[in-house]
Write a new protein. Structure first.
Length: 385
């Protein structure tokens, strides 16, 4: 498995470096982000629904963060004020002097933004190490440059205080334990990237990380490269005549968790030229269904997406062993299961920086003739019997 992991990182690095030759669509001049209007245009989200930004002539950035696709969510307001600047800030905003130098991240996807911006030194602590494979983060955890603060719900407040963070990025939809952190009077910044309903929306949160650490220009340029690569791939399948059907997920403790029809994976499947079996469903998150309902809607689908953390080499036999009824699906019979093993594939660690790679994986499965020389990185057709 170690050799496969090294191959994954090699493919990710090669793919990302290849994109550096693309011309950025972001309005960044040769001299950088030089005016409030230019910065505003570059930072304004085009895909992400969870944040908005207003850039003032004095350099202050007013950041609005709210749970994506939740009309009842209460927004969090932050004023990012350049250090040394005296500014009038509207009521209701938490003032953050920027750039911040000491950040705590709660999840691997949050760390991805700092990886992409080569800002490892800005992170002083994290709560996540499970399935982490990035060598730089592992080295920093080992030698203590990055501390581990414990799991959600059981944070070590002494380590948090000793780390002296300027801000803490949190995932409010996780198990929590943040009430303890609030008592420490450290600004908690919601990071809703994984509630976004499109791959580019998720990746666009790198702009948020960039704004806090003074790397907004690099973030905008990096996102523009990802965006262009993604949209070029999407255009490849825009005129396909056949859009194969696909369903998703597995039974877990008697319930099948299915991505909704307006969810992240629903958008990904559509962009890859496939017809998702729940496309008419209005939900942006997951939908809980019983086996009979999924079978009735998906038994004849041409493809089946499966993601799990199987210890060992996954196979159709292993899939069938978890539920003998799986063998009745057409996608199982025709060996069209699109699979990702989280046990050794660093999907969450790299996905925020690799939406185009994820899309390529799906196009390779659904329309292999369009990418004849491409080798899948995260998801590939399951082959082992």
């Amino acid at each position: 498995m170690a050799s496969k992991t090294r191959l994954v990182y090699l493919l990710i690095t090669t793919f990302c470096l290849a994109g550096c030759g693309y011309k950025s669509r972001n309005p960044v001049s040769e001299n950088g982000l030089s005016s409030a209007d230019t910065i505003q245009t570059a930072l304004a989200p085009r895909y992400a629904k969870g944040f908005k930004i207003t850039v003032r002539p004095d350099g202050v950035k007013l950041l609005y963060i709210s749970e994506p696709n939740n009309n009842h969510a209460i927004p969090e307001l932050f004023a990012l004020v350049p250090k040394g600047t005296k500014a009038e800030i509207p009521d209701g905003y938490t003032v953050i002097p920027t750039p911040t130098d000491r950040v705590i991240c709660m999840t691997t996807p949050q760390l991805a933004g700092f990886t992409g911006l080569n800002a490892y030194d800005k992170v002083v602590a994290t709560s996540t190490t499970r399935r982490m494979q990035n060598k730089e983060w592992l080295a920093r955890l080992k030698d203590g440059r990055v501390k581990k603060i414990g799991m959600e719900g059981n944070f070590d407040t002494e380590i948090i205080i000793a780390s002296q963070p300027d801000i803490i990025f949190v995932s409010p939809n996780r198990r929590g334990g943040y009430e303890v952190m609030k008592e420490l009077n450290i600004p908690l910044v919601p990071y809703w990237a994984f509630k976004e309903t499109s791959p580019l929306g998720l990746s666009e949160w790198i702009k948020v990380a960039g704004m806090f650490i003074g790397k907004e220009e690099e973030a905008c340029q990096l996102f523009a490269q990802m965006e262009q690569r993604y949209n070029l791939l999407k255009a490849k399948v825009s005129n396909v005549k056949q859009r194969p059907s696909v369903f998703s997920g597995e039974m877990r403790r008697g319930t099948w968790y299915v991505p909704g029809g307006q969810s992240f994976y629903a958008r990904l499947f559509a962009d890859a030229g496939a017809d998702y079996f729940m496309k008419d469903n209005p939900e942006t998150g997951g939908v809980l269904m019983d086996f009979e309902t999924v079978y009735a809607k998906g038994y004849n689908a041409g493809y089946w997406r499966v993601m799990n953390g199987y210890k060992g080499e996954f196979s159709y036999e292993a899939l069938k062993a978890s539920n003998p009824q799986y063998a009745d699906f057409r996608a199982f019979k025709e060996k069209k299961v699109i699979y990702c093993n989280l046990e050794w594939i660093p999907l969450y660690e790299n996905l925020p920086l690799s939406p185009d790679i994820l899309l390529s994986d799906m196009i390779k499965a659904f329309h292999p003739e369009l990418l004849p020389d491409y080798h899948p990185v995260f998801y590939s057709l399951l082959e082992k019997e």
